[in-house]
Design a protein around this ligand. Structure first.
Ligand code: CA2
Length: 146
């Protein structure tokens, strides 16, 4: 069985609790269930994590180089700041799909730059929680085509 690892960065544990205009009303638990169902429909296992600590996030990516076949990543605000996460993702050999709930190119200028996009196979943004389903489907599509 192949495994898709879904990574969520800082503050995404607050999903569904505040800012519904940008981030919708689904909770992170709802998003996890959506990802899990989608991965299982496609015949893959899923691991799902969220952390507010960058080192823990990077350790998780390192672990994924040994245990996962594809990565779906919403690095939250670290998307726009973290060369360390960029470098960790470069160590991962499988497909990487970047996802954002909001449309990062229609917000403040600083959100338009992503240190992840340059190494991601695909970027999905602005589709809300449904974007995670699209991201997992695309990761599965890339895995199935290998
Ligand atoms: O749109 C996205 O998914 C983002 O990655 C979300 C990040 C933001 O910094 C990125 O620019 C775009 C912020 C996540 C914060 O999530 C919250 C959810 C509900 C309430 C408060 C924060």
């Amino acid at each position: 069985m192949t495994t898709i690892a879904v990574f969520n960065g800082p503050n995404l544990n607050m999903l569904g609790k505040r800012d519904p205009d940008y981030y919708g009303t689904e909770t992170l638990h709802d998003v996890e269930q959506l990802c899990r169902d989608t991965a299982h429909e496609e015949g893959h296992d899923l691991v799902f994590m969220q952390t507010n600590h960058e080192g823990v996030f990077i350790d998780g990516i390192h672990e994924a180089t040994r245990t996962a076949d594809a990565i779906v990543i919403n690095a939250g605000a670290w998307t726009h700041t973290s060369i360390a996460i960029h470098d960790a993702l470069e160590l991962f050999e499988g497909p990487v799909v970047e996802v954002h709930l909001s449309h990062i190119h229609q917000r403040e200028d600083f959100r338009s730059h992503s240190f992840i996009s340059m190494i991601a196979d695909a970027l999905i943004c602005g589709a809300g929680a449904h974007g995670y389903r699209l991201a997992v489907l695309h990761a599965a599509h890339l895995l199935n085509g290998r």
